[in-house]
Ligand binder design. Structure first.
Ligand code: FAD
Length: 129
C-alpha cells in the first residue's frame, strides 16, 4: 500500500530467543535484523572449538514433549539431525554422583531436602524419549 512503510524490527541478541523471534517475524512478513555482539550467533545454546571438535557451552537436551521446540525443529526440516535417546541425566555434587532422570532420582538427591524435591512446580519432569 502506498505511503505505508513495512515495519523493520531489530532484534538485539542472536541467542536461541533472538533467532526464534526473528524467524517468527520473518514468517509473518516482517523484516527483522538480528544484532549480535559476539562473533557467532547462538548465545548460551552454542558451541566452541576445542581440540578439533565442537563442545557445547553447556549440556543441552530437549525432551520430546517440549512440543514447541520440536515443532520448530520440524518446521526447519532439522528433525533428522536430532538424536533421540533415553534420558540418563546425572550430576556430580559434593564429591558424589547422583542420577537425576526420574522423579524417584530427584527424591534420592540428598542435597535437596525432601519437601523441596517433592514440591510441585519446582522441577519439570518430562516424558522420556
Ligand atoms: C547450564 C545450562 C544448561 C542448559 N540446558 C538446557 C537444555 O538442556 N535445554 C534447553 O532447551 N535449554 C537449556 N539451557 C537454557 C538455554 O541455554 C537458554 O535458555 C537459551 O540458550 C537462552 O537463549 P537466549 O536467546 O534467551 O539467551 P542467550 O543464549 O544468552 O543469548 C543472548 C545473546 O544476546 C547477545 N547479546 C547480549 N547483549 C547484547 C547486546 N547488547 N548487543 C548485542 N548482542 C547482545 C549475547 O551475546 C547472546 O548471543 C541451559 C542453560 C544453562 C546455563
Amino acid at each position: 500500500m502506498a505511503g505505508v512503510s513495512r515495519p523493520h524490527v531489530e532484534v538485539i541478541g542472536g541467542g536461541f530467543c533472538g533467532l526464534a523471534a526473528a524467524y517468527e517475524l520473518g514468517r509473518r512478513g516482517v523484516r527483522a535484523t538480528v544484532l549480535e555482539r559476539d562473533a557467532e550467533v547462538s548465545g548460551r545454546a552454542g558451541s566452541f572449538a576445542a581440540g578439533g571438535a565442537r563442545l557445547e557451552k553447556f549440556y543441552h537436551h530437549w525432551f520430546t514433549n517440549d512440543v514447541h521446540v520440536m515443532e520448530l525443529i520440524a518446521e526447519l526440516c532439522r528433525s533428522a539431525e536430532v538424536v533421540l535417546r533415553p534420558t540418563r541425566i546425572g550430576t556430580y555434587y559434593a564429591h558424589d554422583f547422583f542420577k537425576l532422570s526420574t522423579p524417584l532420582d530427584l527424591l534420592r538427591f540428598l542435597p535437596l531436602p525432601f519437601r523441596t524435591a517433592s514440591g510441585s512446580g519446582c522441577w519439570h519432569c518430562g516424558r522420556v524419549g
